[in-house]
Design a protein around this ligand. Structure first.
Ligand SMILES: [Zn+2]
Length: 367
């Protein structure tokens, strides 16, 4: 039977069968005491039975779908492809019924078979591993998927090693954290995250020069991460104790990176050194028009004696408050894959489950 015919036929049959079980047929069963079988009234066509079972599940009749798919698998006259497709459907039935152990057992059997549907089963197991944060399993499954599909999974595996490294860092196991960070870098040499993790591990170990180097290496790879990396970098620089190093490093980075947050950090350094940050911030409003520069400008302006004398101190403060409220209602991050806009950074998009696709929304007026 041609495939295109199966769906409408299955839908018509599903409708007819459900009417039967809801109506006269069900009453008859109740009267006679005979249990309704899942195959009662279903034509003896395996492909149609597969389609019908899936239709039952989509309609919420999971138990019926399970029975139909399980009965189908007991037949000896179905070919390997249909058997595997039925197994995939059965696993979905189990999943929808909340029977995850059974679903995983079916996927594992399919994955071990190396048949046409092995990759689909491994993908399902990988999703389960990610959701359960079982990162060692995820590494193994991603490599298995790579060999089945021939497409590189190294960027994804790099994230899994970063996850393992972050867990080790939180637990204070710096050697393990370092090892995973290095492996993550080998898996994806152009990724920011392994460098960032290395910087934090170095910082935790008290190796501040190394931490500064790693932060800078991360920024050289992708300057868009400046807002995430700058606070850690400044902290490492300050802990390092060499005061003159801070403006020097910020100046070096500013040669190639024109992020507003960097200009604000430079103005702040100028104020700490006893200078007046206003000219730099005023120029920054033109060269880097953004919320962060305007906010710093207003914060610096409000307490100045000449501003207070002119009666503008409160106005500056009110403007800053309005700006902060505006900031809260603006999305902080966006997924370049699906457009999801979370307030915080996620390495894996919670909406589309892609890795490394969420970036900070640029803070620049007129963009
Ligand atoms: Zn997404």
């Amino acid at each position: 039977m041609t495939t295109w015919l199966l769906l409408p036929l299955g839908m018509a049959l599903g409708w007819a069968l459900s009417r039967k079980s809801d109506g006269v047929g069900a009453r008859h069963d109740a009267e006679t005491g005979a249990a309704a079988t899942p195959l009662a009234g279903v034509p003896d066509n395996p492909e149609l039975q597969l389609t019908l079972g899936s239709l039952f599940r989509r309609r919420g009749e999971v138990e019926r779908a399970l029975q139909l798919h399980q009965t189908l698998l007991q037949r000896s006259d179905i070919d390997v492809d249909l058997r595997e497709e039925t197994q995939l459907e059965l696993a979905e039935d189990f999943q929808q019924a909340g029977l995850m152990d059974q679903a995983e057992a079916v996927w594992r059997e399919l994955a071990a078979g190396n048949g046409r549907n092995a990759a689909a089963a491994v993908q399902e197991l990988l999703t389960v591993a990610e959701q359960g944060r079982e990162w060692n399993d995820a590494v193994r499954l991603a490599k298995q998927l790579e060999s089945l599909q021939g497409a590189s999974a190294r960027a994804r595996v790099s994230h899994y090693h970063c996850e393992l490294g972050e867990e080790a860092l939180t637990a204070g196991d710096l050697d393990v954290a370092r090892r995973h960070a290095r492996q993550a870098e080998r898996d994806d040499p152009k990724a920011v995250r392994p460098r960032w993790l290395q910087a934090r591990v170095a910082e935790a170990a008290g190796d501040l020069a190394e931490a500064v180097d790693r932060y800078r290496a991360a920024l050289e790879i992708d300057g868009r991460y400046i807002d995430d990396l700058l606070p850690g970098l400044l902290k490492a620089l300050e802990r390092h104790g060499n005061v003159s190093l801070v403006p020097q490093v910020l100046g070096d980075i500013a040669v190639n990176n024109h992020a507003p947050a960097l200009l604000v950090a430079q103005a702040d350094q100028q104020a700490r050194a006893g200078g007046d940050p206003m000219p730099m911030l005023a120029a920054g409003l033109v060269s880097h028009p953004s919320r962060v520069v305007l906010k710093a400008f207003l914060a610096t302006m409000a307490p100045r004696p000449e501003v207070i004398q002119a009666g503008l101190g409160e106005t500056a403060t009110a403007l800053r408050t309005a700006l902060e409220a505006m900031e809260k209602s603006t999305p902080g991050y966006v997924c370049e894959q699906c457009g999801f806009t979370p307030r915080n950074r996620f390495w894996q998009c919670p909406a589309c489950r892609h890795w490394g696709t969420i970036h900070k929304v640029p803070d620049r007026f007129g963009v």
